[in-house]
Design a protein around this ligand. Structure first.
Ligand SMILES: [Zn+2]
Length: 432
């Protein structure tokens, strides 16, 4: 099916979003910036919040962001419609004392973050990006642009590689080069500081990751494909931002199903256990303050939660033509054929019969075809923020997403049509 013009412009906008989001801290800021640009008010968790009932707000906590729209007619028992996703992606994170190197090369000391496909990070121009905590208490974002590279050993020096496969030592063979010189006389943090317009001597702490610097691109027959870094899970975060902005435009007319919430968590790739991860209290804290603002008592908030929904969106596996046996023989979702509903008997995904029926309704009202995903019994599946949020808050949760190939590669592959379709379903999830 040829990509429509609207789906192509959606993919171009996603390329902008990913380019602006090399780290989870940048992604959270980009969520807030985009929502503020359409009228949302940014709140600080340490401040008192406005007490009027309706409104559009966004909060950033470290590398996570939550935005929401409270309809003007919201009551203490009005349910929440929560679209969940995550801002972080697998890759590498800068270690302390990061300026290393030998034999005339400058290198960066990095740790592996999450579960990247290590080989996919070779031979790409990479950025260093994240946040710097300064001596004066300020926290600034920094992004060097293309600076580093992990050069693969030439085939002449590794004759067996095409038959034996490539195994990288996670300490000795993953430290990227970023220049020529003497590491005792150079300072990688100086590059980060300069990119943020601050002095390296003022840095007191840093959280910086390595990110692919290539822009996302549409290609393939009929422009069906979109390749980019960090589609897991910025494709979902972007869909949620677009849908929430759309929902807020219609909120004045009371056209929402409830309180529309976008929850973009950090640290999913590590298991979500942090103050900005889905296993932490961030969403619970924000919901408690929203319902307190509506005058809800504890029972009314529980009534609202009992009627609320969480649509947990993350990427899933399309069937791969060279490895079709990795999927269930009967359930083979195909990239480009619509968003996926994720099902797992062992609750790695939170979807159940009630959730499947609700997902079908949201897809039908958006006019979107959907597919199912279930694992081959011999291939254990990953998990998502879905079961974690369902367990923490007791809110009914459905796990969904888009089918991709090359998950956790430095450059993943999605279908242009699916990216736009996910946004359309998210809009119908928010809107009545
Ligand atoms: Zn993910």
């Amino acid at each position: 099916m040829p990509a429509t013009q609207v789906a192509l412009s959606h993919a171009e906008d996603l390329a902008d979003f990913v380019a602006a989001s090399p780290s989870s801290y940048h992604a959270a800021e980009e969520v807030a910036r985009r929502l503020e640009s359409v009228g949302f008010t940014r709140l600080n968790e340490a401040d008192a919040w406005p007490t009027q009932s309706g409104g559009r707000f966004v909060v950033v906590r470290d590398g996570a962001a939550i935005g929401w729209v409270v309809p003007t007619d919201a009551a203490p028992t009005t349910p929440a419609q929560i679209f969940g996703a995550h801002t972080d992606s697998p890759g590498f994170k800068l270690k302390p004392k990061p300026t290393t190197g030998s034999r005339g090369w400058l290198q960066a000391g990095v740790e592996v973050y999450g579960g990247p496909l290590l080989n996919s990070w070779l031979d790409r121009e990479l950025r260093l990006a994240g946040r710097l905590a300064l001596a004066d208490g300020r926290v600034v974002l920094a992004d060097t642009g293309p600076l580093l590279r992990l050069p693969q050993l030439a085939v002449h020096l590794d004759r067996g590689v095409n038959n034996n496969g490539l195994a990288l030592d996670k300490q000795n063979e993953t430290q990227p080069v970023w220049g020529l010189g003497d590491p005792t006389e150079e300072d990688l943090l100086g590059e980060l500081a300069a990119s943020a317009g601050v002095d390296a001597a003022d840095i007191r702490g840093f959280d910086a990751v390595v990110a692919d610097s290539a822009r996302g691109a549409v290609f393939g027959k009929d422009d069906a494909f979109f390749a980019s870094g960090r589609l897991d899970d910025l494709a979902s975060v972007h869909a949620g931002v677009m849908a929430l902005a759309e929902a807020s435009a219609g909120s004045a007319g009371g056209e929402l199903r409830g309180i529309a919430v976008l929850a973009a968590f950090d640290h999913e790739e590590l298991g979500s256990e942090s103050r900005s991860g889905a296993a932490g209290p961030f969403l619970e804290d924000i919901l408690a303050r929203i319902y307190a603002g509506l005058g809800a008592d504890a029972t009314e908030q529980r009534r609202a939660f009992a009627a609320s929904w969480h649509l947990s969106s993350d990427v899933g596996h399309s069937v791969h033509p060279n490895y079709a046996q990795k999927h269930d023989p009967a359930v083979q979702p195909l990239l480009g054929s619509g968003p996926i509903l994720k099902i797992n008997a062992n609750q790695r995904y939170a979807t159940d019969a009630i959730g499947a029926a609700a997902w079908a309704r949201w897809c039908e009202s958006a006019g979107i075809a959907s597919q199912e995903f279930v694992s081959n019994n011999t291939v254990p599946c990953g998990s998502t923020i879905g079961p974690i949020t369902a367990t923490r808050l007791g809110i009914r949760t459905v796990d969904v997403g888009i089918p991709i190939l090359s998950m956790h590669s430095a450059r993943e592959l999605a279908g242009v049509a699916d990216l736009h379709a996910l946004t359309r379903v998210a809009e119908s999830f928010f809107a009545a």
